[in-house]
Design a binder for this molecule. Structure first.
Ligand code: HEM
Length: 151
């Protein structure tokens, strides 16, 4: 029988694939671009991909919490609580760490005249990408916890 719980698991797994999949290539997308115009185009694509990540992320959290409400024993399981904490941490990294580091990159893309990519861009993007890799690592840990449920 298809229970409400199973429907929520279904939504959860679909959101993981459609939301996290594009999330892992957000850094790859901006690595392509040899001119300022190509780079601006890469950032526009990235912006669209990020919408999938935001919708998927909200659905992941709400479906995950719904499963906890339906089966409260989950709140006593280490993998569940750790994933929840890590997810909230990843969520907080967005506005606290990533946003202030992506603002100067976007400002440079808007203000720079000419097709050559300035050295300043590479410097700023490197810092941003480093923190995005950390974000990706957190999501990889959560996915591992979800699949293995080790403790
Ligand atoms: C990066 C974020 C997340 C991803 C990619 C993700 C992915 C997945 C996947 C693929 C499964 C299926 C694994 C399996 O049962 O074999 C799963 C299960 C589950 N997830 Fe998540 N998840 C995420 C975040 C969360 C969060 C934040 C919560 C809690 C609030 C949560 C709660 C659950 C629960 C309770 C199950 C078990 C479902 C069952 O009863 O089989 N998930 N998750």
């Amino acid at each position: 029988m298809i229970t409400f719980y199973k429907v929520v698991v279904f939504i959860h797994i679909f959101s993981a694939i459609l939301g996290m999949g594009p999330g892992f290539i957000l850094t790859t997308v901006i690595k392509s671009g040899n001119t300022m115009n190509e780079l601006r185009h890469s950032y526009r694509i990235r912006h669209k991909l990020h919408i999938f990540v935001m919708v998927g992320g909200v659905l992941l959290l709400t479906s995950g919490l719904t499963m906890g409400i339906l089966n409260s024993s989950l709140f006593h399981m280490g993998w569940y609580v750790s994933s929840l904490v890590l997810f909230l941490l990843a969520l907080a990294i967005g506005p606290i760490v990533l946003s202030p580091r992506s603002k100067p990159v976007k400002a440079l893309l808007e203000s720079h005249k000419g097709e050559d990519i300035p050295e300043e861009y590479h410097r700023l993007a490197k810092i941003l990408i480093r923190f995005e890799h950390l974000e990706n690592l957190i999501f990889l840990i959560i996915i591992t916890l979800m699949i293995l449920k080790p403790f």
